[in-house]
Design a protein around this ligand. Structure first.
Ligand code: PLP
Length: 384
């Protein structure tokens, strides 16, 4: 693995050394339960509250508006299902889009079997929701809408403030799966205009299995999905994952410090990779918005080359396909399908996710190898 270049930072990121260092004491000497009243507990509790403050600072909110969860999948479920149950008397209609993460889509599908109505708005060819469509979809029964900040496959940013303006006008609660945006893009919750937002540590150089849900102080409290002790205001009971929470706090602080410079540097590397590939390969298709997208995202269709074959041929770089592979067949990414990418082309999509630790030398190595493997596979492809 040592000589494999990691370019899959939308799937997960490595833990930053600074984050690991902050966590270590809470995996060793400071092992207390944050609910205990003795000194071991107090030390743990203090660390949890410091981390809550660090998250709140990145989000420009107050610490009381942060609930720690096991990650964004849980935060998304808590937002969608927890709010649906909490607001049941007000209405039963939820609006989202076809390009959302499965944590949102599947939570909505589950609610549809429990008497809730769900609307899945289409996205444009870049993967964006139209604020006009949002306005048109709202009914007196609408209790919640959920649109992601940045898409995890194609990197496209939703027009968050425009959507928020529509939503505010109608007084509907707005949740965002903001996993890919928080810590990489402006992360002020008031500015984004959301009432709830999901985030997770492992996409911003923190550990896996820890995340948070932002809940605006005027938003309804979501129903807990679990029963148990009263931790996290009872919204998310369970013994606090102290080391993880400390890691999330440290990751938020780190991203705040590095956001500006890193964003430009990573976008520069991404553009360099794109240019190198474009200069040497015909028939590349960029998926997602050319400008309104995540700095590290490069999602390309290599016409004529099945993405799984390309990935198998790439020995020195770790990237991912958008498509899900089961034993019987390969299915195109639901995001690319929602964007109207033809199925055959969608099956050739590869996502490069550049991050903080990538270098210009790595971009050169990756470009050379991708060109070599694509040319080899295209030479074998009868339709090419
Ligand atoms: C990674 C990701 C998730 C899931 O987060 P976990 O913490 O792994 O549960 C949800 N939404 C988006 C957009 C993601 O990229």
């Amino acid at each position: 693995m040592n000589n494999v270049i990691y370019m899959d930072n939308h799937a997960t990121t490595p833990v930053a050394p600074e984050v690991l260092e902050a966590m270590m004491p809470y995996l060793t000497t400071h092992f207390g339960n944050a609910s205990s009243t003795h000194p071991f507990g107090v030390t743990a509790k203090d660390a949890v509250e410091k981390a809550r403050q660090q998250v709140a600072e990145l989000l420009g909110c107050s610490a009381e508006e942060i609930i720690f969860t096991s990650g964004a999948t849980e935060s998304d479920n808590l937002a969608i299902r927890g709010i649906a149950y909490a607001c049941r008397e007000k209405g039963n209609h939820i609006i989202t889009s076809t390009a959302e993460h499965h944590a949102i889509l599947d939570a909505c599908h589950a609610l549809a079997t429990e008497g809730f109505e769900t609307t899945y708005l289409p996205v444009d060819k870049y993967g964006r929701v139209s604020p006009d469509d949002v306005a048109a979809a709202i009914t007196p029964k609408t209790i919640l809408m959920s649109f992601m900040y940045a898409n995890n496959e194609v990197g496209t940013l939703n027009p968050m403030t425009d959507i928020a303006a529509v939503v505010a006008k109608h007084g509907v609660l707005f949740h965002s799966d903001a996993v890919q945006g928080i810590g990489q893009l402006p992360s002020n919750m008031e500015m984004l205009g959301v009432g709830l937002a999901s985030l997770t540590a492992h996409k911003i150089y923190g550990p896996k299995g820890i995340g948070a849900l932002y809940i605006h102080r005027n938003a309804p409290q979501p129903h807990s999905l679990f029963h148990g002790g009263g931790q996290e205001e009872g919204v998310r009971p369970g013994t606090s994952n102290v080391a993880g929470i400390v890691g999330l706090g440290a990751a938020c602080e780190l991203s705040k410090d590095y956001m500006e410079t890193r964003t430009h540097r990573v976008a520069g590397l991404r553009d360099a990779l794109h240019q190198k590939l474009n200069a040497r390969l015909a028939d590349l298709h960029l998926n997602g918005h050319p400008e309104q997208r995540l700095p590290g995202n490069l999602n390309l269709c290599f016409a004529g080359v099945q993405s799984h074959a390309l990935l198998m041929g790439l020995k020195s770089v770790a990237v991912s396909t958008g498509s899900a592979c089961d034993s019987e067949s390969v299915k195109a990414s639901h995001v690319l399908v929602a964007m109207g990418v033809p199925n055959e082309l969608a099956l050739t999509a590869v996502r490069f996710g550049l991050g903080r630790y990538n270098t210009a030398e790595e971009v050169d190595v990756v470009a050379d190898e991708v060109v070599k493997v694509v040319n080899r596979l295209r030479a074998l492809a009868p339709e090419w």
